[in-house]
Design a protein around this ligand. Structure first.
Ligand code: UDH
Ligand code: NGS
Length: 275
């Protein structure tokens, strides 16, 4: 048995381990054809076993269609080979206000639990793709930082408390920290603040073996509407004090639409604007 409760065929596992070829010249049409059996909404589960973890993958999103296409093309087969019971939630920020990655994650969590009995949440940027099939997309005993070995940083950890890119939380772990802060508008710091919440909640973080968690980060320019957040440092410093009143418990938003696409569920949401 692996962590998922499903036996992964030994020979297949061996053959599939090692470097993974990431395809970047892809179309959504071919991804749909190759995943023709997927039910609407992009929810897949293994046929011959019951997975212990039911995983919602939450992707914060605005104007990144080219990256989403690559992510979907590579990740559906990747997750299926890992015998995952998973659903993909692309949470799109509606409107022009500053991007708020963390609040979109909270919305994804809140909407996903209305649909299925998810017990593991993987919060992932749209532009990071694992290179090795052995990198298990699963939750663990502690909150897990999974983007610890990126090609753009020569597969090294940028700093010891880095908690950006991809993190995995069980439902209990995420509730314990009251989710992400809703107060980070623009780029940077919301992931550092989440790290402080984890520590304040007396949990540790885990990371996979960096040889196995090697991942590709697709290079891009900074998005319009996601300029660097200059107000993040004081918020990060007070994370432990604010955590119980800023997060899932204070989350408010208006759903514009929820659409079941062939490969994912898109939740378009109005999350307001900075105070
Ligand atoms: N995202 C969007 N749309 C946006 C902004 C962010 O979808 O307009 C999402 C997307 O999932 C992305 C994630 O938020 O992967 C994180 O944002 P990011 O990719 O901008 O953050 P990252 O740290 O890059 O990867 C920072 C841009 C720095 C560019 C510097 C060029 N040298
Ligand atoms: C830090 C940011 C984090 C970010 C990390 C890596 O400076 O949010 O860089 O970013 N913290 C603050 O801004 C306070 S990266 O180089 O991957 O774009 O995750």
């Amino acid at each position: 048995m692996d962590e998922s409760g499903c036996r992964i065929h030994n020979r297949l596992w061996r053959r599939e381990s090692g470097p993974y070829n990431i395809e970047v010249n892809v179309t959504l049409e071919e991804t749909i054809i190759e995943n023709a059996y997927l039910p609407l909404g992009g929810h897949s589960k293994p046929e011959n076993c019951t997975a212990l973890q039911k995983i919602a993958i939450v992707i914060p999103f605005r104007n990144r269609e080219p990256h989403l296409k690559i992510w979907l093309y590579n990740m559906h087969p990747f997750l299926q080979k890992q015998q995952a019971d998973y659903g993909i939630y692309v949470v799109e920020q509606h409107g022009e206000s500053k991007f708020n990655r963390a609040k979109l994650m909270n919305v994804g969590f809140s909407e996903a639990i209305k649909e299925y009995d998810y017990n593991c949440f993987i919060f992932s940027d749209v532009d990071i793709i694992p290179m090795d099939q052995r990198n298990l997309y699963r939750c663990s005993t502690n909150p897990k930082h999974m983007a610890n070995s990126l090609d753009k940083f020569n597969f090294r950890l940028l700093y010891q408390t880095l908690f950006g890119g991809i993190v995995a939380f069980t439902k209990e772990q995420f509730l314990k920290v009251n989710g992400f802060s809703n107060m980070f508008w623009g780029w940077g710091g919301e992931d550092d603040e989440l790290y402080e919440r984890v520590i304040a909640a007396k949990m540790k973080i885990e990371r996979p073996n960096p040889k196995i968690s090697k991942s590709k980060a697709i290079l891009h320019v900074r998005d319009v509407g996601n300029e660097r957040n200059r107000k993040s440092i004081p918020l990060i410093k007070k994370a432990g004090i604010r955590m119980h009143r800023d997060g899932l418990s204070s989350l408010n938003y208006t759903i514009i639409s929820t659409t079941k696409h062939r490969l994912y569920t898109k939740v378009t949401v109005d999350i307001g604007h900075p105070e």
